[in-house]
Design a protein. Sequence first.
Length: 154
Amino acid sequence: MDIGRAVILTVGVIALTGVTLVLLPQNTVEKIAARLESRHNGAEYEKIALIYLADEFTDGAFRIRGIIRNITDAPTERIDGVVRLYNRQRALMETVVVRLDKDIIAPNDFARLELTVPKYNEGFAGYAVEFKLREGGGVPYKDIRGQISHNTNP
């Protein structure tokens, strides 16, 4: 009888877990799966590679351009660039979230980031770029700009 009760209790717990997963919103299930996968893998792996990042000052505007590549075997969705602008004292002045030119990046495909500050204020002296999912989590990336550079000028 005790074995029968244990089997019924185990089946009940499994059924309750299954019903709970079905009733949860899709993005919550995806977050849980991503956390379990990252724990299993030991650390988060890079999903994208930063191929190109440059800036220029033209016509009174400051432009930042970048190119990333999906380095996974699956499409990557809803990634945004986060550009932080710093002043000369290295204090954060502003954070801008920039949409990439593609919402879905196929495996080995590229996406572009472009930010234009129309009235360039010489108050900021530097910037940093990161990537995040629109749901809020950061996206680890591999910076391979120096590995593929064909420019021999310093």
